[in-house]
Design a protein around this ligand. Sequence first.
Ligand code: MOS
Length: 764
Amino acid sequence: AMQGAMAKAVALAPDSWVPGGKPDPLIARQHGHVGKPVSRLDGPLKVSGTARFAAEFSFDNMVYGALVYSTIAKGRIVEIDTGEAEAAPGVVTVMTHRNAPRLNPPPVFLSNPKAAGGDTLPVMQDDRIHWNGEPVAVVLAQTQEQADHAASLIRVRYAEETALLGFEEAKARGTRQGLFMGPPLHNEIGEAEAALAAAPVKVDATYRTPRHNHNAIELHAVTVAWQGETLRVHDASQLVAHTAWSMAQIFGIDAAQVVITSPFVGGGFGGKCMWQHHILAAAAAKVAGRPVRLVLSREGVYRIVGGRSLTEQRVALGASPDGKLKALIHTGTTAKTADNVMPEPFIMPTRSAYAAETMLLDVQTVELDMLANTFMRAPGEAVGTFALESAIDELAEALAIDPIELRMRNDPEKDPISGLPFSSHNLAEAYRAGAERFGWGARAARPGAVRDGEWLVGMGCATGTYPYYRMPGGAARITLRSDGHATIDIAAHEMGMGTATAQTQVAADRLGLELDAITFNYGDSTLPGVVLAGGSQQTASIGASVIAAHHALVKELLKTAGNDSPLAGLEPDQVASRDGGLCKLDDPARYESYASILRRAQRDTICVEASPPQPLETMHWSMHSHCAMFCEVRVNAVTGEPRVSRFLGSFDCGRILNPKTASSQFRGGIIMGLGLALMEETLFDERNGRIMNPSLADYHVPVHMDVPDIDVIWTDIADPHTPMGAHGIGEIGITGTGAAIANAIYNATGKRVRDLPITLDKLL
Ligand code: MOS
C-alpha cells in the first residue's frame, strides 16, 4: 500500500545533475500525465484559424513595409533615387541609410547570453554593401500592395568592389580554425594519420554538402509599434527575451522598454532569431511615427535570413580486419562571414560516436562576402553524420562486415575524447529493436542485387546523434489560486512542436493537478526567464525551472499552512505534491489540499518565482541523444529517380514525455533529412553572390508524394541525470537520415554519391 501511495506522490525533485543527486521523480510516471499521447492543447486554435501569428496582429494607423535588396555583393551605394517611390500612391515613408535613425550594431548570437542577432553588421547606417540581397530601402505604405509596388520604383546605382565569393578561391587564400561557442573545433587522440597509413583496411573520401535555406511555412514577420517609450513587437520567434534585450541594445534603450510576444510560430528550425527585418521595421516605425507590419516575402527570407553553410569534409577510417577502428579522421572546411559566429560544426557527432584508437577532428573556415549563415536543425550533426556514416558504410563494405555489426564493434563505453561516462547510451538497443522491426535481416549484402521491374531496391542504415544541452537563466513563476488552479509563467516558445502541451503535462504531474487545472503561459518577453528554443534544450531548461519553482512553492505552502494543518512541522523534503495538495511522503494520510491551505490563510493566491541551479550535468557526463536510422529506397534503373519507400527511426532519447508530439518531432526531422539527402540546395552564384533559387518552386523540399509512411520507435529509457529523464528531440531526427538514404542508394545501385543532394543525374 505504501508503495502505491509513494508511486502517486511527487517528491521535491533533487538535483539529478550532480553526481549523487537523485533522479527526477517524474522519471517514474506518478500521476500518469507524463508519457501520455496528449493531443496538442493549441490544436483547436490552429485548425479553426483563431491562433494569431505575428503578421495577424494589427495596430491603429498601421502601415505596411516592403524591402529593396541590393543587387551587388560588395561596394557602395552611389545614388539611391527614391523620388518616384515617394510619389507613388499610398506611400508614407521611404527609409534608406540617409534618413535611418542612428543605431548600435546588433549583438550577435552567443556573444552575450541574451544576444539574438544573426551577425554584427550595422543595419542601414551607411552606404556600404556587405552581401547580395542586403536591404537598401524600406518603403512604408497604406497597403502591402502599394508598398510592394513603390519598392519596385526605387533605383540604386552602386560602385561595385571585388567580392570574395568562390569557395575554392577562398580556400586557396587560406583557412582559419573554426570556433564554436568558444573552443576550437579541433580534437586529436594519438597520431591518426600514421595509424591510418598503417591500418590494414582503410577508406578515405571527401563528402560535400551544399548551402541550405530556411523554409518555415510561416514567413518571417513582425508587427511593431512605438507606444510612448516602449517598443512593442509581435514576432515569430524562438527567443523572445534575447530579442527584447538585443533590440534594446540596438536602439539604446532599457531592455524593459521592449516587449516581444510570440504566442504561435509557424516553424523555427534555427531561423526564427533576430534578423534585419526586426531592426528595420522598428527603425522605420520611428521615422514614420506609425506602427509597421513587415512580412518578408519568400524571396525576402532567402535574401536576409541566413541558412546552413556549405561543407567539404574528409572522412578517413583505418581498421583492423576485425573492424576495430585504428584511426578516425574527420576534417574539412566550411564557409561563414567575417561578422557571424557559426562555422557549421560538422565534427560534433564524431567526437562521441566511436571508440577509435586515434582521432583527428578539425573544422576550418573561410570567410565569404555573403549573407551570414546560421543555425539550422542540428547544425553540424545533420551534415556531419552524412559524411561520417557514409564512410562507416564504405568501411563495412571494404571489410565485408554488416554495417550494424561494424558500428557495434566500435560502440564506445565512455566518451572517447573527454573520457567522461555517458549519462545514458543505449544505441545498441536502438539498433537491435530497429533492425528487428525493419527487417534488416532481409538486406542483400551485395549492392544492386535486388530488382523489382525497373526499380533497384536497397536498404541502408546510419547512426544519428545530437548532444543534450541545458542553458542557464530560465526562471519560472508559479501562481497557485485558492480554487486549486496553477499558472506557470516562463518566456518559452511554441513553434509547433508541442511545448505548451508537454509542459502542461509535466507541470500537472509535478504539482499533482489535472491538466485542466494548469495554465502554461509562454511566448512573452515580460515573463520570467531567458529561454532559447534551440539546441533541442528548451524542454530540459523549462523542466529545471519548474522544478526550482515547485521547490519554492512547497516551501511557501508549508509556511502558509501553519500549525493547524495536518502538515504542521514538516520540512519541504518530507512532503510531496499529490491530488491537488501536499502530503507527507511516508504517510500520505497527512494531507491538505492547496485550496484548503490558502483558504485557512485567507490568501487568494500564492506566487513564487525561482531559477534552477547551474547546468553542471554536462561537466560530469557525456550526454547525447542517439538514433539508428533504417531506410529502404527504390531507384529507377531507367531514369535514375530515387524514391524512399520505407523509413524507420529507432530513437534513444531518454524518457519520452508525450509520444504523440514526440512522434511528430521525430518524423519532421526525418522528413527534413529526406530533403537534405535528395533535394535541398541553395544555388549561390559565385560570380555575383546572388542566391538564384529563392522560392519554393526552385528550391525543392519534400512534399507528400516524396514522403513514405515513417515508422518511429524509441527505447524510452530515462536518463537519470536530466530533468524528467528526458533528452531533447527536436533535432535528432535530421541526423543520420542523409547517410541512411545514401547508404540505401548504394545498396540498391552500387553507386556511392558523396555530394548532396543525391539527384537523379548523379545516379545515371
Ligand atoms: Mo535549432 S538549429 O537549435 O533551432
